[in-house]
Design a protein around this ligand. Structure first.
Ligand code: UTP
Length: 294
């Protein structure tokens, strides 16, 4: 079975849910506790055994590309600012993986962003990790991409992660209709992008982690714009599930939508609670605060 050694991280969207579109601060560079969001995402890919990571960056996103570059000036500055720990994390990533940046010239949609990775992906299977979602396996749990890679390498079938959402949240996500199987994962029968709660009975939403058989690139090649005039990845996944099959898996890791204001706050609080330097003090602060709120 082919190994999954490549990944695409689409990060070219404008991020209007969070900030007004800005030329200087891409949302992926906002800090969660002590590192930018994009570093957590790249670390997840590396922990899953990915060796070549394609960052899909857009206009105004040069700060993301620069962050992973070898730069004497940046390294000197991080050292002077006492941020050696962050520097160590970046150097570790650079030792273990190749970070390649491809520009998506126009934000034509997530499907288009993924297809922009083709020159590096070639004919191989690959993972996709959305650049503004963080997943974290605490206490030795595997991260979501590791679980998907393992499933793909065992079954040879593209596998996506799914999570249960409430009725009111269905319209924020791509949603998968699934059938039960006996083997610890679901078989996807159809997908809809951001449906109204009445348009699907399924509540299995896609949180932004996927491992694909290379056939999705052939499908994306001919994909047409749909919802919001964008080339939607969901449409091509719908074709993939008919032509080659698509599995879905739930996961045990925590997941934060760091591209959303509430998700960003939750990620900061929960990751800081796990941080040995900040955790104990933050915990007693939250306990005091909770008493005040009651
Ligand atoms: P979203 O549409 O959810 O996020 O794209 P967004 O475009 O950043 O904007 P807001 O926050 O909803 O306003 C999901 C992921 O796909 C990437 C985005 O960067 C995000 O990580 N994407 C989307 C691209 O890389 N290119 C696109 O053309 C569209």
């Amino acid at each position: 079975m082919p190994k999954v050694k490549k990944a695409i991280i689409p990060a070219a969207g404008l991020g209007t849910r969070f900030l007004p579109a800005t030329k200087t601060v891409p949302k992926e560079m906002l800090t969660i506790v002590d590192a930018p969001i994009i570093l957590y995402v790249v670390e997840e890919a590396v922990q899953a055994g990915i060796e070549d990571i394609v960052l899909i960056a857009g206009r105004y996103k040069y700060a993301i590309e620069d962050f992973f570059d070898t730069s004497y000036e940046l390294e000197d500055k991080l050292q002077k600012d006492g941020k050696e720990k962050l520097l160590e994390r970046v150097v570790k990533i650079r030792d273990k993986a190749n970070i390649i940046s491809i520009r998506q010239k126009h934000a034509l949609g997530l499907g288009h962003a993924v297809h922009c990775g083709l020159p590096i992906i070639g004919k191989e299977p690959f993972a996709v990790l959305l650049g503004d979602e963080i997943t974290m396996g605490f206490h030795g749990q595997p991260n979501v991409t590791s679980q998907l890679v393992q499933s793909f390498e065992e079954t040879g079938t593209s596998t996506i992660s799914v999570m249960k959402v409430s009725d009111k949240d269905v319209s924020k996500y791509g949603v998968a209709e699934v059938e039960d199987t006996q083997k610890g994962y679901f078989r996807v029968t159809s997908l809809t992008e951001k449906p109204k709660p009445t348009e699907t009975t399924s509540r299995w939403a896609l949180p932004g982690r996927y491992v694909f058989d290379n056939h999705i690139m052939d499908i994306l090649q001919n994909a047409k714009p749909s919802l919001n005039g964008e080339i939607q990845l969901t449409d091509s996944m719908k074709v993939l599930c008919k032509e080659k099959g698509l599995n879905a898996m739930t996961f045990t890791a925590e997941r934060y939508d760091a591209g959303d204001k509430l998700g960003y706050l939750q990620a900061n609080i929960e990751l800081a609670l796990q941080n040995p330097e900040l955790g104990p003090e933050l915990k007693s602060y939250i306990q005091q605060l909770a008493r005040k709120l009651n």
